[in-house]
Design a protein around this ligand. Structure first.
Ligand code: SIN
Ligand code: CO
Length: 402
């Protein structure tokens, strides 16, 4: 699929989309991803739901107020025993198991990659739905097969009433006021908190590109925890400027200010914050280590393979993030761990962070520098990069105009 962001956003530039819609209001884009039908097979999705390490759920609607939730892994028998209609299979993190789905993420590269959570897929027969609900995150819903009718409703928050005693969050009072039928290739963007209700019109598959926004609680907790290890134990509260006070039980503004200063010093250094962010936000969604190759690559071997136009990909669950100047990386993190940036590898690091599939001719050029060849070999031997079986196809690469 060779799609430009301009078409994906219905003729809008990323700037227009971000300014007018992102986190603000929904947008329907007809035919955003023409040719997506056929990218996924229902059997393939059902097959993934049998796997132990893949997060999957089945939601069955017994009646509008009676919903059942089952967690995977499932067996073939589970699928045989499901009703004919009104159920949905959800499989998380399809981007990690299905390289063509991972490739779709490059269409969203105008949004920082650390904001992306995963791509979930839903498969449903006629009437299948997860009910009227809202999510805490932005989502792009891509109709991958068949048709789904979407209704959009009110903005919600934690105070919005839900139906009681159900295993899933279903709105008690869904006020649908917009309705669209999505066909394969159509895409619907929804901001966080907007009520939505999608019902399958016949067999259908929907991809949800979901974003993540860490809670303020999690941000503070993890940042403070990371800084604690760096604070010297013997650094104590001190008050050499203490003045006498009439009531010893009083905490006065001077004492509050001394404590506030300790806190400000700990949390307000942008350099510390950016390094912590890179570490925290490059952690993978699941604790699954990339698999190293059966035997280590030698640098010469990598240089030779790059000459043969052998495609290279980033292992699908791996996250790469850098800090510093946009064009001059200072810290480079992969999957929560810092990777040293050797001299002369800055442009390579930028290229690795920008894409998920790498043009062999571009990598080959980088790898004429020994430091770059060493870094690429190191990442191949860690399983963070891997040689694909296929050779390079021009259309597969998002950096076509480089
Ligand atoms: C679905 O694909 O059925 C549900 C996606 C969503 O509503 O977030
Ligand atoms: Co939703």
């Amino acid at each position: 699929m060779n799609i430009q962001t301009f078409d994906l956003l219905g003729g809008r530039t990323p700037e227009q989309f971000l300014r007018e819609y992102w986190q603000k209001k929904p947008l329907l884009i007809r035919n955003a991803l023409p040719g997506i039908d056929g990218l996924l097979e229902p059997d393939e999705i059902a097959g993934l739901a049998l796997e132990e390490e893949i997060e999957s759920r089945i939601i069955v609607e017994r009646s509008p107020v009676d919903w059942e939730l089952r967690h995977g892994p499932f067996t073939e028998k589970t699928f045989k025993n499901l009703p004919k209609t009104h159920w949905t299979l959800l499989v998380q993190a399809l981007d990690q198991y299905c390289p063509p789905v991972s490739d779709l993420l490059s269409l969203f590269e105008f949004i920082p990659s650390w904001r992306i959570d995963d791509v979930m897929v839903s498969y449903a027969p006629e009437g299948g739905s997860v009910g009227p609900h809202y999510d805490y995150y932005d989502v792009f819903l891509i109709q991958a097969h068949g048709q789904r009718r979407w209704q959009l409703g009110q903005m919600c928050d934690d105070a919005t009433p839900l139906l009681p005693n159900l295993p899933i969050r279903i709105l008690k009072d869904f006020q649908g006021d917009q309705e669209w039928v999505l066909n394969p290739g159509d895409m619907l963007y929804l901001p966080p908190g907007l009520a939505h209700y999608g019902v399958a019109l016949g067999e259908c598959m929907t991809l949800s590109v979901g974003f993540r926004a860490p809670s303020e609680q999690d941000i503070l907790l993890d940042f403070v925890h990371s800084q604690l290890q760096q604070v010297q134990q013997d650094k104590r509260y001190s008050d050499p400027d203490l003045l006498p006070q009439a009531n010893p039980g009083w905490i006065g503004p001077d004492a509050v200010e001394r404590i506030a200063e300790i806190m400000r010093r700990a949390v307000s250094d942008p350099a510390k914050i950016s390094v912590w962010m890179a570490s925290y936000l490059s952690q993978t969604k699941y604790e699954r280590e990339p698999e190293p190759p059966e035997s280590d690559y030698e640098e010469d071997e990598v240089a030779d393979l790059l000459q043969t136009n052998q495609a290279i990909r980033r292992e699908e669950s791996s996250r790469m993030i850098y800090t510093g100047d946009a064009h001059r990386p200072e810290h480079f993190f992969i999957n929560g761990a810092e990777v040293e940036i050797p001299p002369l590898t800055h442009s390579l690091v930028l290229y690795l962070c920008k894409q998920r599939i790498y043009r062999p001719t571009t990598l080959e050029m980088f790898c004429r520098t020994p430091e770059c060849l060493r870094l690429v070999t190191q990442l191949l031997n860690q399983g963070i990069l891997y040689f694909e079986d296929d050779t390079f196809q021009e259309d597969d690469y998002p950096d076509a105009e480089e």
